[in-house]
Design a protein around this ligand. Structure first.
Ligand SMILES: C[S@@+](CC[C@H](N)C(=O)[O-])C[C@H]1O[C@@H](n2cnc3c(N)ncnc32)[C@H](O)[C@@H]1O
Length: 422
């Protein structure tokens, strides 16, 4: 069996698996229970404003009529990942409901982020405030609100499409404590990386080595070979592989990515049709504040509609052994609870003589059973029956979902290539 394995040993920030930031919105059930009825964003904003400022509200609310008011910085409820999530729904739908709910609640979740910034700003002394005003700082709050409004329309569209696609009635998702800012934040960052011109630099660092390794194995056009891309995220790599001629199956677990991907593949009629500002609430590590208002347009390229997307857990969705000629994992294996399970499953799914190509870091989370070094991952591959050629290694530096012009860059260096012959 042939394997090419690319591995990285360095740090990386993984927005799509970052510990979720829970920003529970509290308000009266009756207000939230009817918020779906309001068709326009401003009506919904007003309704939630009332909910957030009602006597029951635990958090201060944005005031949409006036400039920012000084407010007490809200305490965020701290919850463990998954806690309180989708409790009202059957487990299969929990992730979907959670994500649709989060996309719908985006304007209010984002306003909360802004309110916390404003609370810190407004706690300054009068002298500090006067200097801050000379810096033009207050204008950022209003400007950011403009970006949030634009993002909210995009986010709302994703949610609407999801409700149609999955036949979800409006009443079933009004669990206001279940919305999570991190869902949209990740989706926006990943969309930008995969489907905008601004993301091309990051893609160029990691896609060509994968395409080239596959090309060496199958020839330039792929010849219709069956390729599985588990943890496909927003799906650009899968789409690019299909463009070449591979028969591609993408697999993704996270509805934050899946729902945005549906918008691109099924509700997009022109390139660069959708505009959003993914960095509008991110104000750190900037040389120039204008970068936080960068407008991103997607898609910069047509998603290949021959890609088959399998929604669900990679460990559960593919019962047949030996189904694929190749499995390609990009920024994926270190997200597993059990790397043994992931690699075993990859091995099981490959046809005899198939190839596994992996590129990505080993930024194991605290939830993982084993936190292996690159050498140990290769030993594990050997143990599981892969035939690893240890003689050839390639180092690849890459970034992942970085904000443009950020002063802080995490480079994932030493991505290693291990071609293998049987
Ligand atoms: C770090 S992201 C990488 C996404 C994509 N490969 C890329 O390069 O942008 C890892 C992805 O794997 C997905 N994922 C994690 N565990 C999974 C599983 N068991 N089955 C399918 N997808 C999974 C996550 O939802 C996430 O989208």
């Amino acid at each position: 069996m042939h394997i090419s394995t690319y591995l990285s040993r360095s740090l990386y920030i993984l927005l799509c698996v970052a510990v979720p930031l829970y920003l529970g919105i509290r308000g009266s059930d009756s207000s939230f229970g009817t918020d779906f009825l309001f068709s326009s964003l401003s009506e919904r904003a007003k309704a939630l404003h009332v909910a957030l400022t009602s006597p029951l509200a635990a958090h201060s609310a944005p005031n949409h009529e006036a400039p920012f008011q000084a407010s007490v910085e809200p305490e965020n409820p701290v919850r463990a990942p998954g806690e309180g999530r989708g409790k009202r729904y059957p487990s299969v739908l929990a992730g979907l409901a959670h994500c649709i709910n989060s996309f719908e609640q985006y304007p209010f979740l984002a306003e909360q982020v802004l309110q916390r910034k404003y609370a810190r700003y407004s706690k300054q002394t009068p002298a500090q405030m006067a200097i801050s005003k000379k810096l033009g700082y207050p204008a950022h709050f209003e400007k950011a609100r403009g970006g949030i409004e634009a993002n909210a329309q995009f986010s709302e569209k994703i949610a609407q499409i999801a409700r149609e696609k999955y036949d979800i009635g409006p009443l079933s998702l009004n669990d206001n404590e279940d919305a999570e800012f991190g869902v949209i934040d990740s989706a926006f960052s990943l969309l930008s990386r995969d489907w905008s011109t601004q993301g091309a630099k990051e893609r160029q660092a990691v896609f060509p080595p994968i395409l080239s390794a596959l090309g060496q194995h199958f020839g330039g056009t792929g010849g219709g070979s069956k390729v599985l891309v588990p943890g496909s995220g927003m799906g650009r790599l899968a789409s690019d592989l299909a463009d070449i001629g591979y028969n591609v199956t993408a697999n993704e677990l996270d509805y934050g990515s899946i729902l945005a991907y549906h918008l691109l593949t099924s509700h997009t009629s022109s390139l660069h049709q959708h505009t959003f500002q993914p960095f509008v609430t991110k104000w750190t590590h900037q040389a120039d504040p204008s970068s936080r208002y960068s407008a991103i347009t997607v898609p910069d390229h047509w998603p290949n509609k021959t890609v088959k997307l399998v929604e669900g857990d990679f460990l559960e969705m593919f019962p047949s052994d030996g189904e694929f000629d190749a499995v390609v994992t990009l920024f994926f294996i270190d997200i597993s609870k059990s790397v043994i399970d992931f690699l075993s499953n990859i091995h099981r799914l490959l046809k005899p003589g198939g190839i596994w190509i992996n590129l990505g870091p080993l930024k194991w989370g605290t939830h993982t059973a084993l936190q292996l070094s690159a050498e140990e991952v290769l030993q594990l591959a050997d143990l599981l029956g892969f035939d690893v050629d240890h003689t050839s290694r390639k180092s690849i530096d890459s970034l992942y979902v970085e904000q443009p012009e950020t002063l802080l860059k995490f480079t994932y260096g030493e991505c290693l290539l291990f071609p293998c012959e049987e």
